[in-house]
Write a protein that binds this ligand. Structure first.
Ligand SMILES: Cc1ncc(C[n+]2csc(CCOP(=O)(O)OP(=O)(O)O)c2C)c(N)n1
Length: 284
């Protein structure tokens, strides 16, 4: 754990769900015995994305919504690294939505962790693409509140072609374990973490989630290999919210399909035979 520390101290609000996710993530890395030099943490912009400042690894806080394209670049440059992409529901389901779908269908071996507080936290409480209908914010005022249909991250991941899909909560004692499973999966794994925002979301609190979540493994004969069943259970939201691993399957990864990467990572390949000036001339 000590090796994962940086000199920065988290600046999240007292009680923020990001603390639970941060603690679980460090525990997951320890469980996996991951050396910081094997790890690249790519985040976007948002309160949640600050997590990359606090974990010693290769790390970058990139542009808002560009978490997955940057993580893709990192993975293709050195596919031996364990690449974790992480950010908020706004970052991933708003500006980043197109990237989410394409990264899932490509099946890069990247773990994508979404801190889903159903609100834009950093910019002080606007409705996000996962805000429930009727959510009242400064920008979606009463009486009608939010009138846009929310995105269900698990459903979206299943339809886009993610090969491992799960949901958990920031207060889940099993969170570190489920994160470790996500990292171990070879392929694009998506973990939707329900996370209270104590400053700007006074509806979806720790208690609100706690009163609604139930574990998929308590369902008789639930089989995470069954995509149809996963899709049907994933549609549940409201009084009952399922958590756990919805779906897992094996599919060839994008990196493994590239002959250029078969023997060596890109960063290990010498540049001698590549003439940059020829390329520049061609594009002139
Ligand atoms: C291109 C661009 N658009 C908008 C913003 C402003 N902005 C910064 S963070 C953010 C949303 C944060 O919400 P979320 O991604 O859910 O993360 P949270 O802060 O809740 O963890 C927005 C809209 C920006 N930085 N860049």
């Amino acid at each position: 754990m000590e090796a994962l520390k940086t000199q920065f101290v988290p600046t999240w609000c007292a009680g923020c769900g990001n603390f639970g996710i941060f603690t679980a993530l460090k525990k997951a890395f320890s469980l996996l015995a991951l050396d910081p030099e094997q790890l690249a943490l790519v985040t976007g912009i948002g309160c949640s994305s600050k997590i990359s400042q606090y974990i010693n690894s290769y790390r970058i806080e990139t542009l808002h919504g560009r978490t997955l394209p940057v993580a893709t670049g990192v993975k293709l440059a050195n596919h031996q690294l364990t690449v974790i992409a992480e950010g908020g529901d706004g970052d991933g389901m708003g500006l980043g939505m197109g990237h989410f779908i394409h990264t899932a269908r490509r099946n890069l071996d990247i773990t994508y962790i979404i801190h889903n507080n159903q609100i834009y936290g950093l910019t002080k409480g606007q409705a996000s693409p996962t805000s429930d209908l009727g959510t009242v914010t400064k920008f979606t005022p009463a009486p009608q509140g939010n009138v846009e249909q929310p995105i269900n991250i698990v459903q979206m991941a299943l339809q886009a072609g993610a090969t491992w899909v799960a949901r958990s909560t920031a207060a889940d004692p099993q969170l570190a374990d489920i994160m470790a499973q996500a990292v171990k999966h070879k392929g694009f794994s998506v973990l939707d973490i329900l996370q209270p925002c104590v400053s700007f979301n006074h509806v979806n609190t720790y208690k609100w989630y706690q009163d609604r979540v139930y574990r998929l493994d308590t369902l008789p004969e639930y089989d995470p290999a069954d995509h149809d069943k996963a899709t049907s259970v994933a549609s549940q939201w409201g009084d009952k919210i399922p958590i756990g691993v919805f779906y897992r399957t094996e599919r060839r990864t994008f990196e493994d399909s590239l002959p250029q990467l078969a023997n060596r990572t890109l960063v290990e390949q010498p540049l001698e035979n590549i003439s940059v000036s020829l390329l520049m001339d061609e594009m002139a």
